[in-house]
Design a binder for this molecule. Structure first.
Ligand SMILES: Cc1ncc(COP(=O)(O)O)c(C=O)c1O
Length: 409
């Protein structure tokens, strides 16, 4: 891939969107790996991180001095915005974590004990599959409800997997490989009918779909800040409904009840031991402000248009196999495919080296999902869009994929 000598319109666009007009962009490219991490970030994110590092400086909640108070304000504002995005009843019920993986580990390891039973699906990311596997080795019993190769999950089958000793059900809101969106409200209702609380992995849906934890009946929801929320890496959170009991993963300083060596039992301090990633949270706050100002409906409309274009352009093209649901409305903005019997890594390499298109090949940290769709051996190539992807980017990507397919078959 060529390095920038002078500014192309594409570079200028990326640069201005990323808010770094005086810095050279890292590469000239069409970035279609937004399901791994979004790029560029929302307008205002870079400035908010910089402002926090350059001017705020203090440790939130740790002191009464002006710089600490300013840091506390930043954290609180971001918490309020995250709670508003999810329609959480109270901002303190959203606790900040390192990422979605940290949030999921907090919930799973904080709720499940030897002898408990947990229900999940066969399209989970390793952020769920691996902690569950470790818990299983420690005496937690696990039922994985089989999804169809398209990622669809039968609500009745899911309900039937609940037992009287089931302590938790955990599902991905949308698969990071197939894009399939699960009917989360229906599945929450099915779990609740058996008295089972539901943990939802919203890593691929926060910022993409309207989420209402109260209306949808989600008891716990894990999100990450750096994908659809368009914020910095190293940010994320866990929503915990009132009445749900979770043991914290970490204990330590919170700036509150400092005279006691017992972790505070109130939120968010119970789960926020140690200094927070205040610059990252400042950036996430700016990203959440951008998302609120644009509106999820508008962002989703753009995503749907691009996803439909990808599906129309790839499906049925000679030598190309597309995975997942045919209907864009049933998915988030990502499409996985293979070309003939080419290795997915080779396709991604050709897309990058010959066309400056960034995709993600392989297993996407989701071996269970690939086993479900029948691609565990070879993986697949994934293209994923963002609010900053243009129709022309998608057209160029499809033309490149079709060219590789013509050469291969
Ligand atoms: C469905 C899903 N769950 C969890 C994660 C983990 O997110 P993070 O790496 O931000 O912890 C990802 C990331 O790809 C994901 O796609």
């Amino acid at each position: 891939m060529g390095q920038a000598a002078s500014l192309s319109p594409e570079q200028a666009r990326i640069r201005s969107l990323a808010g770094c007009a005086t810095q050279p962009p890292p590469v000239i490219m069409i970035y279609l790996d937004n399901a791994a991490t979004s790029f560029p970030k929302a307008p205002g994110v870079v400035e908010a991180v910089k402002e926090c590092l350059e001017r705020t400086g203090g440790n939130p909640q740790r002191s009464g001095h002006a710089m600490s108070l300013q840091a506390s304000r930043i954290v609180y504002e971001t918490r309020k915005r995250a709670a508003a995005l999810l329609n959480a009843s109270d901002p303190s019920r959203v606790v900040f974590t390192l990422n979605a993986t940290d949030a999921l580990n907090t919930a799973l390891r904080g709720m499940l004990h030897p002898g408990d039973h947990v229900v999940t699906t066969t399209i989970e990311h390793n952020a769920v599959a691996r902690p569950l596997r470790a818990l299983e080795a420690n005496g937690v019993e696990l039922t994985r409800v089989q999804c169809a190769p398209t990622g669809e999950l039968d609500a009745e089958q899911f309900a039937a997997a609940m037992r009287c000793d089931t302590k938790l059900a955990v599902i991905v809101h949308a698969s990071n490989v197939l894009g399939t969106v699960l009917p989360v409200a229906k599945l929450c209702a099915a779990a609740h009918a058996r008295g089972v609380p539901m943990l939802v992995d919203a890593s691929q849906t926060a910022g993409h779909l309207l989420i209402d934890v109260q209306a949808d009946g989600m008891d716990l929801l894990a999100f990450t800040g750096h994908k659809g929320l368009l914020g910095p890496q190293g940010t994320g959170g866990l929503y915990i409904r009132e009445g749900i009991d979770v043991e914290p993963l970490r204990r330590g300083g919170t700036g509150s009840r400092s005279g006691s060596d017992v972790q505070p039992d109130f939120l968010p301090d119970r789960f926020e031991a140690g200094t927070l990633n205040t610059p990252g949270i400042a950036g996430l706050g700016a990203a959440l402000e951008y998302i609120a100002s644009e509106g999820i409906d508008k962002l989703r409309e753009h995503e749907l248009k691009l996803t439909a274009m990808l599906l129309d352009g790839l499906e049925g093209a000679p030598g190309i196999t597309v995975y997942g649901m045919r209907d864009a409305a049933a998915r988030v903005g990502l499409v996985a495919f293979n070309i003939g019997d080419l290795d997915s890594a080779e396709v991604a390499e050709r897309l990058e080296s010959a066309h400056d298109i960034i995709s993600r090949p392989g297993l996407h940290c989701a071996a269970w999902a690939h086993a479900t769709m029948g691609t565990l051996q070879r993986g697949a190539v994934r293209l994923s869009v963002s609010p900053f992807t243009r129709e022309g980017d998608v057209q160029q990507a499809m033309a490149a994929v079709r060219e590789i397919a013509r050469e291969a078959v």
